[in-house]
Write a protein that binds this ligand. Structure first.
Ligand code: ATP
Length: 294
């Protein structure tokens, strides 16, 4: 079953078209990362899925319901982490969690959650005296409270130090392992690589690339590089494009295995020693840069 279905979604703020006709779906139990450049339309899409914003056009189903008109039906099953925190400054961490405990229809262990997010030593501190990272961890605690069926995270680890980021990742991974569906946005590409089963990359209101991580990486050519000796015989025919500059061979190719084999056979036949040989698929960053340049 699909936890989220988005078809032909469009949304404008006045003259600004934030989301310009997007389609995607998230299967139940999947971790899906919606990535994109600044202003691409990710937060707008998330707010529509969360039921806070009425879509301009298109059809959106979340856990089988219209998230805007049937928000009450899905709200108990969704954990939401907004980009901007809505915490009450005067309440302490313990009071915030206790208030949440009373408001939420899900149950959890306040002490256990606070401990997992390294906030146990801060329970008596008011929210306005927490560091930025501590506030964000408290936001995360409230979003994951009670293991929701669907978790929507807008930039969950922005401003967190590496250790806190790892804690949040572990929490998301544990929830995913128990069947929670996760939709997240992030500007940290390594976060998407670590957590997501599938990704979509938005640019200027549209989804430009989507698929599994390896499908998305395969949208840009892979690269072979090697240092050649000073005098070499004629290079083999590659299916990609090859260039030699300052003794460094670079082959950009859609068929990495085939061109790597061609290079290795050629080197072997001609007794050419290849130093510093690397064969890599494109990085997520290269996919991004190519999108921005196109
Ligand atoms: P970022 O990565 O910078 O957070 P985003 O992908 O989440 O960006 P959105 O916040 O959805 O993008 O914004 C998409 C576009 O809509 C941007 O051009 C933004 O300026 C505009 N926008 C967002 N919210 C509003 C609003 N309330 N009123 C007017 N324009 C808005």
């Amino acid at each position: 079953m699909r936890a989220i279905e988005v078809n032909g979604l469009r949304h404008a703020y006045g003259d600004v078209v934030a989301v310009d006709g997007i389609d995607f779906h998230v299967a139940e139990g999947e971790v899906f990362a919606l990535l994109g450049t600044n202003g691409a339309g990710k937060t707008t899409t998330l707010e529509i899925i969360e039921g806070f914003l009425r879509p301009g056009a298109g059809a959106v189903r979340v856990l089988g319901h219209d998230p805007y008109t049937e928000r009450n039906a899905i709200a108990p099953s969704i954990g939401v982490l907004p980009q901007e925190s809505g915490l009450i400054d005067e309440l302490t961490v313990a009071e915030t969690v206790s208030l949440w405990q009373r408001l939420s229809s899900r149950t959890d262990s306040p002490a256990g959650l606070v401990d997992r997010l390294a906030l146990a030593h801060r329970v008596d501190v008011p929210v306005d005296r927490l560091s930025g990272g501590e506030r964000r961890r408290l936001d995360v605690a409230l979003a994951v409270w009670g293991g929701p069926r669907l978790l929507v995270l807008d930039e969950p680890t922005t401003g967190l130090d590496p250790e806190s980021r790892q804690r949040v990742w572990a929490l998301v991974e544990d929830l995913a392992a128990t069947g929670t569906t996760v939709l997240l946005t992030t500007h940290y590409l390594e976060e998407a690589e670590a957590l997501a089963d599938r990704v979509a990359i938005m640019h200027a209101g549209r989804i430009r690339v989507d698929g599994t991580m390896s499908e998305v990486l395969a949208s840009q050519p892979a690269r072979i590089t090697a240092t050649l000796p000073s005098a070499v015989p004629r290079l083999p025919a590659f299916s990609g494009t090859a260039a030699v500059a300052d003794g460094e061979l670079t082959v950009e190719t859609e068929t990495l295995q085939q061109d790597l084999l061609a290079l290795l056979l050629w080197a072997d036949r001609n007794a050419v020693r290849l130093d510093d040989l690397h064969a890599t698929q494109a990085s997520l960053q290269e996919v991004f840069l190519a999108l921005e340049a196109s």
